[in-house]
Design a binder for this molecule. Structure first.
Ligand code: PGA
Length: 251
């Protein structure tokens, strides 16, 4: 078996953060050296802070990403930003298909796939989110749901440098709830098998993150599960101490 990919801990700031939050990023950067070569760190601030954060993080071990992109490179799409604009602002990654986008903005798997393809076109890493609702988990429909999302939203071409998958059970996001280790292992193993079957030799190395109520106190347990190659962190990524505490669980 190939060796496990280097972990990635990505912070999704959602609609949080003003100019003053740059101080948190600066604290993260000051500590990031100790993860060099052992774990990758990415922060995805709101679009208003993207260029500023990319400027601050330039040359540091912390990468900067966006939380969403439009599928087109440019055009009459008021309020949207394209993958090319994210790259131009200094971003190197973009989250696509987060469950909050899927539910509040009615994004379909086809929309998410178009966005993942746009990320590839702009040479951004796509952090593509999948996950079941509570109803689906209770109905034993988790794996079919994940499979449908992978079938419908993976980009046309991918490899370990262009794609990261984030498994985020919708019911675990922002709730303080997490699935048990066996459930996490089952879903991550399922996603790994899927990627290996479709990935033309690269599926072993694509990182699969767990997301949903990750915090410093549960990170070690979650990150030690087979095929968990890092975390996508919401609330706990806003404070440098919590974010770095989660990253430390990778070492
Ligand atoms: P949470 O969010 O860590 O606040 O649960 C995770 C996410 O939505 O990516």
């Amino acid at each position: 078996m190939a060796s496990a990919p280097r972990p990635l801990v990505a912070g999704n700031w959602k609609m949080n953060g003003l100019g003053a939050s740059a101080a948190e990023l600066e604290k993260m950067i000051a500590e990031a050296g100790r993860f060099n070569g052992r774990a990758d760190l990415t922060i995805c601030p709101p679009a208003t802070l993207l260029a500023r954060f990319a400027g601050i993080a330039k040359g540091s071990p912390v990468a900067i990403g966006a939380q969403d992109c439009h599928a087109e490179a440019s055009g009459a799409f008021t309020g949207d930003i394209s993958a090319e604009m994210i790259a131009d602002a200094g971003g190197s990654a973009v989250i696509v298909g987060h469950s909050e986008r899927r539910s509040y903005h009615q994004e379909s798997d086809a929309n998410v796939k178009a966005k993942a393809n746009a990320a590839a076109r702009a040479k951004l890493v796509a952090i593509l989110c999948v996950g079941e609702t509570r109803e689906e988990r209770e109905a034993d429909a988790t794996l079919p749901r994940i499979e449908r999302q992978l079938n419908g939203s993976l980009p046309d071409h991918f490899d370990a440098r262009s794609l990261v998958i984030a498994y985020e059970p919708v019911w675990a996001i922002g709730t303080g709830l997490t699935p048990g280790p066996k459930d996490v292992a089952e879903v991550h193993g399922f996603i790994r098998d899927y990627l290996v079957a479709r990935g033309k030799g690269t599926g072993e190395a694509v990182r699969i993150l767990y997301g949903g109520s990750v915090k410093p106190s549960n990170a070690k347990e979650l990150l030690s599960i087979a095929n968990v190659n890092g975390a996508l962190v919401g609330g706990a990524s806003l404070k440098s101490d919590d974010f770095l505490g989660i990253a430390a669980a990778c070492l």
